[in-house]
Design a protein around this ligand. Sequence first.
Ligand SMILES: *[C@@H]1O[C@H](CO)[C@@H](O)[C@H](O)[C@H]1NC(C)=O
Ligand SMILES: *[C@@H]1O[C@H](CO)[C@@H](O)[C@H](O)[C@H]1NC(C)=O
Ligand SMILES: *[C@@H]1O[C@H](CO)[C@@H](O)[C@H](O)[C@H]1NC(C)=O
Ligand SMILES: *[C@@H]1O[C@H](CO)[C@@H](O)[C@H](O)[C@H]1NC(C)=O
Ligand SMILES: *[C@@H]1O[C@H](CO)[C@@H](O)[C@H](O)[C@H]1NC(C)=O
Ligand SMILES: *[C@@H]1O[C@H](CO)[C@@H](O)[C@H](O)[C@H]1NC(C)=O
Ligand SMILES: *[C@@H]1O[C@H](CO)[C@@H](O)[C@H](O)[C@H]1NC(C)=O
Length: 249
Amino acid sequence: MAPVPLLVFFALFQPLLICASKEDEYLAFKKCLPFNCGKLGEIGFPFTNNTSPEICGPYAVDGCHENSQRIQLVRGGKWFELNNISQAGTISITEEDLRGHLNSNSCDSFNNLSLPPSLPYLSIQEFSNLTLFKCDPSVNFPHRLGLNYTGCKNFSIYYTRDTSLPSPPPTCSILQLPVNKTESYGDIFRLLTATFSIEVFVSRPCYHCYLQRGECHIIEGKFKCIHSIEESKKLRLKLGLGNLPPRNV
Ligand SMILES: *[C@@H]1O[C@H](CO)[C@@H](O)[C@H](O)[C@H]1NC(C)=O
Ligand SMILES: *[C@@H]1O[C@H](CO)[C@@H](O)[C@H](O)[C@H]1NC(C)=O
Ligand SMILES: *[C@@H]1O[C@H](CO)[C@@H](O)[C@H](O)[C@H]1NC(C)=O
Ligand SMILES: *[C@@H]1O[C@H](CO)[C@@H](O)[C@H](O)[C@H]1NC(C)=O
Ligand SMILES: *[C@@H]1O[C@H](CO)[C@@H](O)[C@H](O)[C@H]1NC(C)=O
Ligand SMILES: *[C@@H]1O[C@H](CO)[C@@H](O)[C@H](O)[C@H]1NC(C)=O
Ligand SMILES: *[C@@H]1O[C@H](CO)[C@@H](O)[C@H](O)[C@H]1NC(C)=O
């Protein structure tokens, strides 16, 4: 093909392509209506009901017609009990396994929470937490931390009221677990709590970028979606590779 018709081809089709993707987005969002969810009331993006497609929002909520509701912080991930959603995007959730462990004074309480790692479209704000040192029982903790729990066979737990912490011996691991600030420091299983608040934040363009398998970057205050499927399609078309099957690499 001569260069001139090619140019005309792209001048014609490039705007159409953009329109088509806007149209798809519009249709998808039309299907993503706010919905009523039990005691939470009416909720919408970034929350969706469990049967809606992921493009409607990353956080699937379930049990809207039951007494308690559940939420997934990542699709297909762990379910948390969802207590409430504030206007500011703070949600109160309960880790039910931890609640069970704390209620039965179990040594299984002393494990890291399985919250999702930070994702490009999601930021999980830290919660009020207590730092615990989980040490081999044979370790003689060299610092006077003040508080300990030695009721577990395989490890001892050391913690303190102070905010400044010593660095622990190398055989200790560090745990940060949510804490109930109204409780006294006497009983570790009451001081720790399985109910805590996190802030879930989603920028809509970043989320769409993520769905397109792109990397979301904020460059000089402007949103950029890099390496997305849409972007590479456009690039292939620009290079005249639009109709070729994907190369085997
Ligand atoms: C989930 O949302 C879709 C679309 O808004 C709706 O058709 C469906 O009935 C909802 N499902 C439940 C369980 O509420
Ligand atoms: C949300 O639920 C938590 C735990 O049940 C409670 O402590 C908090 O006060 C509630 N917040 C709102 C705004 O209702
Ligand atoms: C625990 O609290 C500290 C101090 O506020 C904070 O830097 C840290 O990110 C928190 N950790 C978690 C897991 O929220
Ligand atoms: C744990 O705390 C108690 C009371 O403060 C103290 O007597 C004991 O020596 C501590 N145990 C360890 C292993 O540090
Ligand atoms: C202690 O550790 C052993 C081996 O790692 C494990 O089999 C056992 O279940 C642990 N006991 C407790 C009480 O966690
Ligand atoms: C908890 O997570 C932190 C950070 O990922 C890690 O450094 C620490 O070793 C973990 N603690 C335990 C007891 O697994
Ligand atoms: C914190 O402790 C108080 C007093 O025991 C209790 O009433 C409250 O329910 C606890 N809150 C959480 C989130 O566990």
